[in-house]
Unconditional design. Structure first.
Length: 576
């Protein structure tokens, strides 16, 4: 589906469930647009009454009617604006939730190719642009278009020739606006894409600020920021110029039309074909078309942003997961067996794993080692079903992972990585990941189980103590053990530990390792690591090399065999 069709389809889908509110809003807008059109009629009567020498009481009555009509029109306009804003945010908040939920359902391949900044721009920035469009479009553009229709009808009643001329002007100008708008959407889309790239660049550089400073790469980061900013400026200027062209053309056309109508009215009044009040009436209606057309021009950029944003959100919603989540099978209770049957995996044309055959009995701990790029992390992801094999099958508890109910799978497997994700929230929320109904005694027990009893007792507000995003205020070891406590609470049948102790000092590593031992006791575990000391309590070890399983056996047997690859790796680590 083409981008224009996509964004109009999406906007229609958003409004369809709210047809009654849209209809009520339309009535309010029609009344708010119609009432001001009665003011020139009253002013004509006032002017003609003055010229005719009407009594003061009549003039006062007309003036009071003008004031009352103006107040009523203003009140209706405020009500319509409020209704449009409330509807727009109701609709787009649902869209924001829908986009966020859909993004979470997309698999790892999509997220590896999409920066966090781009996702924020799509889920929040683009949806906010749509919300602004809805509220501004209803309160200003629709009201303005209704005013244009009313003006053309009323002028036609006064003089059909002027009415037809005015109608022609509105039609030609409207066609021009539509044409220029369609041509400008491309520039606005490019501008929003440049903003998304800038946000992604900033997010990545801020996240890596410590490494950038340590390695002296700050100037490179600034240069990249300058390049992205220059792209934002260039595309932004192009988009602004597209809107400016519309504004200049419209104002020129409107000014010329106003002069022509004024000249025609003046000649007609001198010939006695019109009263002074009627000339004023026609002049007022001619001037009345200026503001609606200017509103269209002023809101053109907002329409462009909304169209571009809706197109981008529609493309996000059209993304389909490559891993189906429609399985219905359950998993056995207790520790889960893990079987990899002739498993292949590739990212595009890049083969990562080839012909992996591996069986891990329930309750056993498997260490996975190998050089960087050997496929260790990918094997762990397959066990978690963060990716599906491109060949063969991964079975958990004897069930193909692709056939397991998605919610069941997520409840029965867990992962702890070297990159601990903590949120700016309470310790309780960081443990439960914002789920309700957790028992504080269970939370405290999980912290004690991983060795954080003293730390817990020192928290100023107990479990309500707030920690900073990314673990600010915690040591690396405390953050890692907090992540381990999450897994204790989940009580999974399979745990994957991916370099879970690689970023801590030796003293803290011993504490983390002790917590890991307690965690894997009675559970099936896959421990991905390059620090072989972590494997001291592993039952089995698998050695990967260039995506192939080159060695697999009991940990002690392999360590004692001087010809084994594991023994060679242990010897190298001992020398280092």
């Amino acid at each position: 589906m083409s981008p224009p069709a996509a964004h109009w389809r999406l906007l229609g889908e958003l409004l369809r469930p709210h047809r009654a509110r849209v209809a009520g809003l339309g009535v309010l807008l029609a009344m708010a647009a119609a009432l001001p059109l009665g003011v020139p009629q009253l002013l004509r009567a006032f002017i003609d009454a003055v010229v005719a020498g009407a009594p003061t009481t009549r003039l006062v009555a007309i003036a009071a009617a003008v004031a009352g009509l103006g107040l009523a029109a203003q009140a209706l306009s405020v009500m319509a604006g409020w209704g449009a804003t409330a509807l727009s945010w109701t609709v787009t908040n649902r869209l924001r939730e829908r986009a966020a939920a859909h993004a979470l359902d997309l698999d790892l391949g999509f997220h590896l190719g999409t920066t966090p900044g781009a996702m924020i721009e799509r889920v929040d920035g683009d949806v906010t642009a749509i919300a602004d469009f809805f509220s501004e479009f209803a309160a200003k553009i629709v009201s303005g278009l209704l005013t244009l229709v009313g003006v053309v009808v009323l002028v036609t009643v006064e003089d059909h020739r002027l009415g037809l001329s005015l109608l022609l002007l509105v039609v030609v100008t409207g066609a021009l606006v539509v044409r220029l708008r369609d041509g400008a959407v491309r520039q606005q889309t490019a501008a929003r894409a440049a903003h998304a790239a800038l946000f992604g660049e900033v997010e990545e550089r801020v996240a890596g600020a410590e490494d950038l400073r340590a390695l002296g790469s700050g100037e490179h980061a600034l240069e990249r920021f300058r390049e992205r900013s220059a792209s934002v400026l260039s595309t932004g200027v192009t988009a602004e110029l597209a809107g400016a062209r519309v504004w200049m053309v419209l104002n020129g056309v409107i000014a010329g039309a106003g002069v022509a109508v004024l000249a025609i009215g003046a000649v007609a009044e001198r010939r006695g074909a019109m009263t002074v009040g009627t000339v004023f009436l026609l002049l007022s209606y001619t001037r009345a078309i200026r503001r609606p057309l200017e509103l269209v021009a002023e809101q053109l950029q907002r329409v462009q942003k909304a169209a571009a944003g809706a197109s981008r959100v529609a493309r996000l919603l059209d993304e389909r997961p490559t891993m189906p989540t429609t399985g219905r099978r359950s998993l056995p209770s207790g520790p889960l067996a893990v079987d990899l049957d002739a498993v292949d995996f590739a990212y595009g044309d890049e083969r990562v794993l080839s012909g992996i055959d591996l069986h891990l009995a329930p309750g056993r701990v498997l260490g996975v080692v190998g050089r960087t790029g050997s496929g260790k992390t990918t094997l762990g992801r397959l066990a978690l079903r963060l990716a599906d094999p491109t060949g063969g099958a991964v079975r958990l508890g004897g069930v193909d992972a692709r056939e397991v109910d998605h919610e069941v799978l997520r409840a029965r497997v867990a992962v702890v990585t070297q990159d601990v994700q903590l949120f700016s929230a309470s310790v309780r929320d960081n443990l439960t990941l914002f789920r309700d109904g957790a028992d504080d005694a269970a939370l405290e027990g999980a912290l004690d189980e991983v060795g954080l009893r003293a730390w817990r007792r020192g928290l100023p507000d107990g479990l309500a103590t707030v920690v900073g995003a990314h673990g600010i205020g915690l040591s690396a070891g405390e953050a890692q053990m907090l992540a381990l406590a999450r897994v204790f609470l989940a009580d999974p049948g399979l745990v994957v530990l991916d370099e879970a102790s690689s970023r801590v000092d030796p003293a803290t590593e011993r504490l983390v390792t002790a917590a890991l031992e307690r965690l894997v006791a009675g559970r099936t575990a896959v421990v991905v690591t390059h620090r072989l000391a972590v494997l001291e309590h592993a039952h089995e070890v698998a050695v990967l090399d260039s995506g192939r399983l080159v060695e697999h056996g009991g940990r002690d047997a392999l360590a004692d065999d001087p010809r084994s690859r594991l023994a060679g790796l242990l010897a190298l680590e001992a020398v280092a």
